[in-house]
Design a protein around this ligand. Structure first.
Ligand code: ITT
Length: 223
């Protein structure tokens, strides 16, 4: 029976969030920081699925226990889905949130269609390779100017119509109820008993078959 799963991140906030969502299940959620250093995974996939699976399967293989990872970002209709998988480094390799927002607002100047969505994919992988995924999406509108101080990333320019506010003008708890990551986590939590069964079955399959002693002759060296 699996009793430990690692979340492939050093981000303590993400670990706490997952521990909270899965608190009623008999499994301990660890962070990468609980283990020795392991190589960084380069997130160079073309989709959120690619990156989430890459991170989860690599971590599960290296540590030998099931791993969960998430990848997320902002998808803007008028920019053909950009910044997408490049959300964190849209304005360059070491870009700050402000650099990324400035670039986004410049690209969106004069655009009438300001529809956008945050998307999140969670991947759960076992060391032998197979994985499950859960997805979440949250639709909104890109503002003309940043509004609000809460949150991170593109929150100040992501206006959420049902709340008539940007994601930077609401609390973390309010955001988690409707956000892409919140929805993906809720989907995972709702089915987590099945996920645990799936993990246990994959781990059993990957075990080498027990030797069948009947087929071996007893060695007799007496002659
Ligand atoms: P890891 O270390 O766990 O990989 P990360 O900062 O790279 O965390 P994600 O892969 O989840 O975070 O997200 C990539 C980028 O997408 C992130 O840097 C933000 O710019 C943007 N983003 C994702 N979720 C967001 C949210 O809820 N609010 C604002 N921006 C978000």
């Amino acid at each position: 029976m699996v009793n430990m799963i690692v979340l492939a991140t050093h981000n303590a906030g993400k670990v706490k969030e997952l521990q909270k969502v899965l608190k009623n299940f008999p499994v301990e959620i660890k962070s990468l920081s609980d283990f020795g250093p392991i190589p960084e995974v380069i997130e160079d996939g073309e989709t959120f699925d690619d990156n989430a699976y890459k991170k989860a399967s690599f971590t599960a293989k290296v540590l030998g226990i099931p791993a969960i990872s998430d990848d997320s970002g902002l998808v803007v209709e008028a920019l053909d889905g950009n910044p997408g998988v490049r959300s964190a480094r849209y304005a360059g390799e070491n870009a700050t949130d402000k650099d990324n927002i400035d670039k986004l607002l410049a690209e969106m100047k004069g655009k009438e269609n300001r529809a956008a969505a945050f998307e999140c994919v969670l991947s759960i992988a076992v060391p032998s390779g197979p994985a499950l995924t859960y997805e979440g999406r949250c639709e909104g509108v890109i503002t003309e100017e940043p509004q609000g101080e809460e949150g991170f990333g593109y929150d100040p320019v992501f206006y959420y119509p049902p709340f008539s506010k940007t994601f930077a003008e609401i609390s973390v708890d309010e955001k988690n109820k409707v956000s892409h990551r919140g929805k993906a986590l809720q989907g995972l939590a709702e089915e987590f008993d099945k996920v645990l069964k799936w993990i246990n079955a994959r781990i059993d399959e990957a075990k080498p078959p027990k030797p069948d002693h009947e087929q071996y002759e007893h060695n007799d060296w007496s002659e």
